[in-house]
Design a protein around this ligand. Structure first.
Ligand SMILES: [Zn+2]
Length: 448
């Protein structure tokens, strides 16, 4: 039979531990608990948590402290040990490290690794409920695990070639973070609180001369300050504009036209004379026919936002019917839709000369379309013409950038609730990377 001590060591997956006592009981709430009283192995006692040096003890009687370990069959497992304070010549008086936990944590390393792994895979309520910890605690766990796996982030800045810069809002648009992505492997290389030129400048200044020279392409939205920053720090690089941002501009213009059309169609419906008789109108009642057409037009415009935004090849039959109705009843709105589509298709071109010609044609069309919102859009497109052509020349994949962008937004939404912004940034860096968080007791071959 295996000894209790060996069993406990295997259960905790900690080698350098001396088991002193084990207790098991059911608490007042009916929860089963297992308390393992232990201490670090002599070799690992009185070690500084920062420099790992063996140091003289500061006081003789440490206080008893508990660390939560991974549950075993639903039983809550804890380690109890006296926490010894030591006096490090470099770091002063600190609590000595223990081999089973990170400094300052009330959980074992195995517990934290498992929690971090779950947090990158599941939603927050699932993680918090399964691990029996608060979501905010998960945030701190994420940061400790990330720091342990990747103590130095600078490696992410080496050999960058194609990068993307994006600002994302959270807390209902009140707060921002800036994220820099390596587009070649879809990993986040840098994330920082705030937005704007000062934040991006911080990133640029972090780069060495060699790192700056290796960057050849920067893709972002159309913001002028990004262009200025790129020109200042990365003079040899090509500035591109993310296609989905440009299409978004066109979508916004189209939506403004649609809302205007809907207001006008509504006004026509309201101005219609009330029918004199109640009940079903006669077939040849001209007023009734006119009223029905006006109402149909108004409803088709109202419900068309989604159909107008989609690519034609992805439309459902109902959406196609809606567009056909708009084509028949609202010439201006239909033209606006066609102009938006033409702009979107330019980004699908692979030949830059062909795209250049198409863009010239498009600009001419938009300039003379007599739809103020699109005349305005055309001016904006002209300002970004070179960046748009760079995007096509560099073949920066819009679908991938957009997918990655949405992934980051999803993580931010999931990390919402971490009280500390750094926990959120660590979560982004951990998930948007090629880091594999190791799970306890899995041989390397098992992890794949
Ligand atoms: Zn130290």
């Amino acid at each position: 039979m295996v000894s209790t001590s060996t069993l406990c060591k295997n259960l905790l997956n900690v080698k350098d531990i001396v088991i002193k006592d084990v207790n098991s009981w059911t608490d007042k709430r009916g929860v089963q608990r297992l308390l393992i009283k232990a201490r670090p192995h002599k070799r690992l006692q009185n070690r500084c948590p920062h420099c790992d040096q063996k140091c003289p003890g500061y006081d003789h009687h440490g206080a008893a402290r508990k660390w939560r370990a991974l549950d075993c069959g639903g039983i809550i497992v804890e380690i109890e040990s006296t926490s010894q304070r030591i006096c490090c010549p470099r770091h002063g008086v600190v609590v000595a490290s223990v081999p089973w936990a990170f400094h300052g944590s009330g959980f074992t390393k195995e517990f934290e690794y498992s929690t971090a792994w779950l947090a990158t895979q599941l939603n927050k309520s699932a993680v918090a409920a399964y691990m029996r910890v608060a979501w905010d605690t998960v945030g701190r766990i994420i940061s400790r695990v990330h720091k342990d796996i990747e103590p130095d982030l600078r490696g992410r800045l080496d050999g960058l070639r194609v990068i993307g810069i994006d600002e994302t809002s959270y807390r209902k648009g009140h707060k921002y973070i800036t994220v820099v992505v390596n587009h070649e492997n879809n990993t986040v290389v840098w994330a920082h609180e705030g937005k704007g030129k000062t934040v991006l400048t911080r990133f640029m200044e972090l780069l060495s001369q060699e790192q700056r020279e290796s960057i050849q392409v920067v893709s972002a939205d159309g913001a002028r300050w990004i262009t200025e920053c790129v020109e200042k720090y990365l003079p040899n690089c090509e500035r591109c504009v993310d296609a989905f941002h440009v299409v978004e501009w066109a979508m916004d213009a189209l939506d403004a036209v649609r809302r205007q059309s809907w207001r006008e169609a509504q006004a026509v419906v309201k101005a219609l004379p009330k029918p004199e008789k109640t009940g079903r109108p006669q077939k040849d009642d001209a007023h009734a026919v006119e009223a029905a057409a006006a109402k149909q037009k108004a409803t088709s415009i109202k419900g068309a936002a989604y159909a107008l935004g989609k690519a034609p090849e992805n439309l459902t039959e109902t959406q196609k019917a809606k567009l056909e109705l708009i084509q028949l009843s609202d010439n201006q709105l239909y033209r606006a839709y066609k102009i938006k589509e033409a702009l979107r298709l330019i980004f699908h071109m692979t030949d830059v000369d062909e795209a250049d010609a198409a863009l010239t044609k498009w600009v001419k069309w938009a300039r003379h379309c007599r739809i103020p919102k699109f005349v305005e859009l055309q001016r904006k497109i002209m300002r970004h013409r070179n960046h748009i052509l760079n995007t096509i020349r560099q073949q920066v994949s819009n679908a991938r950038i957009e997918a990655n962008n949405n992934k980051i937004k999803l993580i931010i939404r999931r990390s919402f609730g971490f009280r500390n912004i750094h926990n959120m940034l660590d979560m982004i860096l951990l998930v948007c990377s090629d880091i594999n968080i190791p799970l306890p007791n899995r041989p390397a071959a098992y992890m794949a």
